[in-house]
Design a binder for this molecule. Structure first.
Ligand code: CA
Length: 232
């Protein structure tokens, strides 16, 4: 089994070296850059399994780097974990809005970071369940190839959005509360906020266009998926 490649973007050399050391010890194949431009350039040639991205970087900041990663078809599916300082609490929410899959607040323990990375890598390869294909009206989901089509046209979803949609579809019309969604989509060890679910759900709805209305908000509880023959 080849080891998983982790791209680390961090301008503080002490932290970068610590992270490189930690992941190498855990059997990963880490490599790093001190700024976003170099990291983006490297992505043209080599695709990692996972990206750790510091928020505050000289030049192009982490949010912009993340936005560029998530806007390219070649790199959009690579999970991005954003590293933020405590004082940047609002920014981590913004990070999720820019497509980051998860975030971790500094200072963090290397062990915690490794667990988080392993969780994200697992999410990227969800366990296959019974139905490999689902379709209703003009919305179709191929769980094996991660393809989602609206009226025959493929739409790009991030891993998190795809897993959210899968959880909604597989709930068979039951209401899922935010904690259940955090559990199913982010994993039990993710310490998340209800707002994380809302942010990604909002993006998913938007991408589903008129089918977005099938995701019904149940006030104060969570969400329910109501597929119909065709959206109004
Ligand atoms: Ca920094």
């Amino acid at each position: 089994m080849s080891s998983e490649k982790i791209l680390i973007v961090e301008d503080e050399l002490d932290i970068l070296n610590l992270l490189l050391y930690t992941f190498e010890n855990e059997g990963f194949e880490p490599y790093g850059f001190e700024d976003g431009e170099q990291a983006l350039e490297s992505l043209e040639k080599k695709a990692p399994d996972m990206i750790l991205l510091d928020l505050m970087l000289p030049g192009m900041d982490g949010l912009e780097v993340c936005r560029r990663i998530k806007s390219k078809s070649k790199t959009k599916d690579i999970p991005v974990l954003m590293l933020t300082a405590k004082s940047e609490v609002d920014d981590r929410i913004t990070g999720l809005e820019h497509g980051a899959d998860d975030y971790l607040t500094k200072p963090f323990s290397p062990r915690e970071l490794v667990l988080r990375v392993q969780g994200l890598l697992r999410r990227g390869h969800p366990v296959q369940e019974e139905e490999p294909y689902w379709e209703s009206g003009g919305l179709s989901v191929d769980f094996a190839s991660f393809q989602v089509k609206l009226d025959g046209r493929e739409i790009p979803l991030t891993t998190t959005e795809f897993n959210l949609l899968s959880a909604m579809i597989r709930s068979n019309g039951r209401v899922l509360n935010r904690e259940q969604l955090l559990d199913q989509v982010w994993g039990y060890d993710f310490v998340g906020y209800a707002r994380t679910v809302d942010t990604h759900m909002h993006r998913l709805r938007h991408k589903l266009d008129r089918y977005g209305e099938w995701i019904e908000t149940v006030r104060g509880i969570g969400y329910r998926f109501k597929a119909q023959a065709s959206p109004s």
